[in-house]
Design a protein around this ligand. Sequence first.
Ligand SMILES: *Cc1c(COP(=O)(O)O)cnc(C)c1O
Length: 234
Amino acid sequence: MIDDNLTHIHAAITQAALQAKRNPADIKLVAVSKQVDIEEIRRAIACGQTLFGENYLQEAAGKIPHCQGATSWHFIGHLQSNKVAQAAKLFDVVETVDRLKIAISLDKQAKLLDKNLSIFVQINVGGEKQKSGIPYEDAENLLRQIRQETDLPVLGLMTIPPFSHDPEQSRPYYRALRDLARRLADRQLFHDNTNVELSMGMSGDFPVAIEEGSTIIRVGTALFGARPLKETSQ
Ligand SMILES: *Cc1c(COP(=O)(O)O)cnc(C)c1O
């Protein structure tokens, strides 16, 4: 089943990329494995999937050490400051940085661990109170501060748009994130300003996100099936 799902997702990635005159190889698939057990993750690894995303630290700590062959783990949940050490230990990329304080302590932990940790800054594109992330207008300031006060490479921006069953509803938010990333890259605020990553697009809307410039899609349900209903909003 995972095999078929992966095949379908890769076909959809290719189709959306070609539609947008982009190279399908420029789009990375993060398999979101929250609430997915170790056996399923291992099946995905056996099918060639190497990049995974997790939302909850405690859950991830019980799984990551048992998933040989996964080459990169992205943290995509809300990060509390008292959990930063654990996040730095378990993950290669933290996609959800939205405060200077978190960036500074991630940097400190990465140095203690002698580990190459990279980050994304999360933007709350819909201005939703229950979601993490910073408003568009605060992004430049936060990126400048992170650059001044840490050595963490900021790879790009990440977002979760307001929920909708209609993928077209996500398009303006994804377009706005891409435009923001361009402006910030013009000001040289990323680690690699000619190659800024955009983590946007989930099971319900990733083709639209790819058309709007996504370089990383985070897909759970379309790969592993529906999760038990136990979601906290991020
Ligand atoms: C759960 C989650 C996803 C995956 O969502 P699906 O709709 O299952 O693909 C992607 N990004 C974040 C931040 C998530 O929490």
